[in-house]
Design a protein around this ligand. Structure first.
Ligand code: NDP
Length: 333
């Protein structure tokens, strides 16, 4: 049973040295447990936060501990009625080849003809994040402008497409021309702006000539600064992720920008709300019904970025933190 553990805490962008590959024996399913062979591992930005000791909404991974992660496992042995060998389940088995689990910590998969991997992406945690952040916090109205960062990724790609279906204008922000072309040509956003291009701020302003009514913030940092300048009075800002700041080791240079930010929030009467998807599982049935139907009918599109082999999970994860993935990052075991 190969397992990838946290070997040391990263300073800034993690490196291969922060991870270790261990060989352990295959665990044994006790009474009331099932033994799972991992088929798919989801790679997600939150894993970077869990590698740090900094206080967050969940405790950090201990040094030496297994890297956490959502997985799809195949039941190889079951001591639980209702589960049998060959069943596929959604679980949180982490970066390892085998795991034992109790029935309450897994969810039997029935993806109704869609690929099982959708349960980790467009119809899984990232999709639900997009759904609750946009609908419950962003609340876009027809004709409004919705901007989303990390627009080519797992969450952002769903945000913009749902915004369009609500009759809003969807403007994405992504790194590089290839990603921007994908966002417009394949996902159907109205525009996408490359934040790595020199004229980013001007191009963003041009793409949002009526200002911004909803900013779904996946990245923070200078990308968020540029969008905040364009927010309309009473705009809504679902604060979803900080991937643009996750690897920072120092405060940004220059004057303290917090007073100006708070002043913008006050004078433009902004609704800025941080949210964590795990507080919103009660929305999962509505989400699966609505977005599941859209995916099945082809009205909502998604892309997956698949890496083969657990031994390649670390480079794939380091790639995700540098924008090398296009679509939901997955490892096939
Ligand atoms: P993605 O599939 O979007 O992959 C991450 C992307 O982030 C990269 O492809 C890259 O795209 C972008 N990125 C990386 N570094 C930077 C940077 N320095 N500045 C700007 N963009 C960067 O990941 P997800 O869709 O899974 O996650 C998107 C965000 O949503 C993350 O911040 C994540 O933490 C957050 N999230 C929050 C949840 C919650 O409950 N609040 C739940 C799930 C996700 P590019 O090439 O365009 O730069």
């Amino acid at each position: 049973n190969r397992r990838i553990v946290l070997a040391s805490r990263p300073e800034g962008l993690p490196t291969e040295q922060n991870f270790g590959m261990e060989q352990a024996s295959i665990p044994v399913a006790g009474p009331g447990q099932i033994l799972l062979k991992t088929r798919w591992l989801s790679l997600d930005p939150y894993m970077r936060a869990r590698m740090s000791a900094a206080k967050s909404y969940t405790p950090p991974i201990e040094v030496g501990g297994l890297m956490v992660g959502g997985t799809i496992g195949e039941v190889v042995e079951s001591n639980v009625p209702g589960f049998q060998a060959g069943d596929l389940v959604l679980s949180n088995s982490g970066w390892q080849e085998y795991a034992v689990a109790g029935p309450k910590s897994v969810h039997k998969l029935d993806t109704d003809g869609l690929p099982v991997t959708t349960a980790l992406g467009v119809l899984g945690m990232p999709g639900l994040t997009a759904y609750v952040g946009l609908n419950d916090i962003g609340q876009p109205k027809p004709g409004e402008t919705v901007v989303v960062s990390a627009a080519a990724g797992a969450v952002g790609s769903v945000v913009g497409q749902l915004a369009k279906l609500k009759g809003a204008r969807a403007v994405g922000i992504a790194g590089g021309a290839e990603k921007c072309a994908f966002v417009v040509d394949e996902l159907g956003f109205d525009a996408c702006v490359d934040y790595k291009a020199e004229n980013f701020k001007e191009a963003l302003a041009a793409a949002c000539d009526n200002g911004v009514d909803v900013y779904f913030d996946n990245v923070g940092g200078r990308v968020a600064d540029a969008v905040f300048d364009l927010l309309n009075t009473f705009a809504r800002v679902p604060l979803c992720g900080r991937i643009g700041n996750l690897n920072d080791t120092a405060l940004p240079a220059g004057p303290d920008r917090v007073p100006a930010l708070l002043s913008t929030i006050l004078t433009r009467r902004l609704h800025v709300q941080g949210f964590i998807v795990s507080d919103h599982w009660h929305r999962n049935d509505a989400f699966l019904e609505e977005v599941g139907a859209l995916v099945k009918s082809g009205q909502l599109r998604y892309r997956e970025d698949v890496t083969e082999g657990l031994e390649n999970a670390v480079p794939a994860f380091l790639g995700l933190l540098q924008g090398k993935n296009l679509g939901k990052a997955l490892v096939k075991l």
